[in-house]
Design a protein around this ligand. Structure first.
Ligand SMILES: O=C(O)C(=O)C[C@]1(C(=O)O)C=C[C@@H](O)C=C1
Length: 97
């Protein structure tokens, strides 16, 4: 019996086959996370353009009706945790209010 049939490795798997699946899937997750982070940074930059234009025109940084629409969009797509995710994205984009 190989040691991996009884003990978990760094992936938590107990077989080499499972460890291979997990390692491959983790590489895909790391690549997806890099893309998600890049998209968030792009969202922050676009949001800053909007906020700067509004403030330069004499308006306020925050637009609550638009935030409500963004929160609803994420909640419809992802359920209740989507709302929390959208709140975090909004904080990244316009700071704490
Ligand atoms: O859509 C706007 O008016 C924005 O300013 C962008 C944004 C956002 O990041 O989604 C940021 C701040 C506002 O309070 C609402 C939404």
């Amino acid at each position: 019996m190989s040691p991996m049939t009884t003990a978990a490795d760094a992936t938590g798997a107990h077989t080499p086959e499972a460890a291979g699946v997990i390692t491959g899937a983790r590489e895909r997750i790391d690549a997806l996370d890099d893309r998600i982070i890049g998209l968030i940074q792009e969202r922050m930059a676009v949001s800053a353009v909007i906020q700067d234009a509004r403030i330069a025109s004499g308006g306020r940084r925050v637009n609550l009706s638009r935030e409500t629409a963004v929160l609803g969009h994420y909640r419809e797509a992802l359920g209740k945790p989507g709302t929390a995710l959208a709140m975090t994205l909004l904080e990244l984009c316009r700071g704490r209010v």
